[in-house]
Design a binder for this molecule. Structure first.
Ligand code: GAF
Length: 387
């Protein structure tokens, strides 16, 4: 008999307000540095003020665990002492984390968890990392398992790689847990060294425009981009054994391999090398308050993602093109894994409302799809409130 059992009626035990603790687990944005994390490169993410709320309580059993999601109106239950099989969709982000906790030989006991979310799913603001990190943080705090924040980050990423099957890098989980309110992280994914840069955007705000499309092969296309980068490194390594990731590769060496790599592999590598340079430049422009130059780097990032890395789509390109030559929008680019989801825009605050109206109408005329606009503020990483 299967261990994972789904149900649709909210259990009585999850109806009362009595919980032992509440975890606030935020989504993330990324200002620049896309598809660089799994190539040991640089990224500039931060958590946002939109979160998943998870309420936990011990239920007095040794092994019985139960989750219920308010947005999906479904739940599932399982026993910790039986094999953790794969469930459906969102359940796997949770089950993967539980599996990782068990793999570490940690010993949680039975608990109930109620999940509420203010994070749109599939928008590219990483509701999946927020869910994983929120579950890991909650179980850790409820049973005093002693995991550090960084262990929670790594365990959650491993759950997504090994259990869910998405070969993501570490950016989303790192941002969800480690962010500090009002700052942007400059993260070096090679050694996880981080710098917190004040998010001083002066008269501008960050605005997400959600295409509301999510193209089918997002997961497999994402994984294949990673494979292409790794395959290129394998070829280069035959002559340069010390090059273990794209982080070690220079433009000069890459140029010498132009005829030995497929055109596609060459473009992927070229994009990553240029994007790493852009992140470093963007970090210093932000520190100096040069928002226009910062925005130019965002546009250049989008062009690379569109033409060299090929992870954009017509809806994202439309939104970025639409923002060009509007002097009140300093930068715009697709954000996250791509193939749908959001653009991130650096826009003058007093023009936001009229622009949302105008771009929404243009987007609807073009695709007959409703555009969603989400204003975001750089927020705090995971927070645990004991009741
Ligand atoms: C997704 C992944 F989860 C991240 O690790 C990162 O690679 C991102 O796509 C692209 O930059 O969000």
């Amino acid at each position: 008999m299967t261990n994972i059992r789904s149900f649709s009626i909210k259990p009585e035990a999850l109806k009362s307000d009595e919980f032992d603790l509440t975890v606030e687990s935020p989504g993330r944005i990324n200002l620049i540095g896309e598809h660089t994390d799994y190539n040991n490169g640089y990224v500039m993410p931060t958590a946002i003020d939109k979160k998943i709320i998870l309420r936990f309580k011990r239920n007095g059993t040794k092994n019985f665990c139960r989750f219920y999601s308010e947005i999906f109106n479904t739940g599932f239950e399982f026993q910790l002492d039986k094999p953790i099989e794969k469930g459906k969709g969102w359940e796997n982000y949770i089950l993967g984390v539980v599996q990782e906790i068990i793999n570490k030989d940690l010993k949680p006991e039975g608990f109930d968890c109620l999940i509420e979310s203010k994070l749109p799913v599939g928008a590219g603001i990483s509701s999946s990392a927020a869910l994983e990190c929120g579950v890991a943080s909650g179980i850790n705090a409820l049973f005093d398992l002693g995991l550090t924040d960084l262990e929670i980050v790594k365990l959650s990423q491993k759950a997504e790689n090994d259990f869910v099957g998405s070969n993501c890098g570490i950016m989303d989980q790192f941002a969800s847990v480690m962010s500090k309110k009002g700052t942007i992280i400059k993260l070096d994914c090679l050694n996880l060294e981080s710098e917190y840069i004040p998010a001083d955007f002066k008269n501008c705000k960050l605005l997400l425009l959600n295409t509301n499309v999510s193209h089918n092969l997002a997961d497999s296309d994402y994984n294949s981009r990673r494979e292409e980068c790794e395959a290129a490194i394998k070829i280069i390594q035959k002559e340069f054994p010390k090059i273990v990731s794209l982080r070690d590769l220079s433009f000069e060496i890459l140029k010498n391999f132009k005829n030995k790599l497929s055109a596609r592999m060459y473009d992927r590598c070229l994009y990553v090398l240029k994007e790493n340079e852009r992140v470093l430049a963007a970090a210093s422009e932000l520190k100096s308050g040069n928002l226009k130059s910062f925005g130019e780097l965002m546009y250049a990032s989008h062009e690379g993602l569109q033409n060299l890395y090929e992870v954009s789509c017509k809806e994202l390109d439309f939104l970025v093109d639409h923002s060009r030559n509007k002097n009140f929008i300093y930068g715009s680019r697709m954000m996250g894994g791509g193939f749908g989801g959001c653009t991130i825009n650096l826009i003058e605050e007093d023009r936001i409302d009229s622009y949302i109206q105008e771009v929404s109408e243009a987007y609807f005329r073009e695709f007959e799809i409703k555009l969603d606009a989400i204003s975001v503020l750089p927020g705090q990483g995971t927070q645990i409130l004991k009741n």
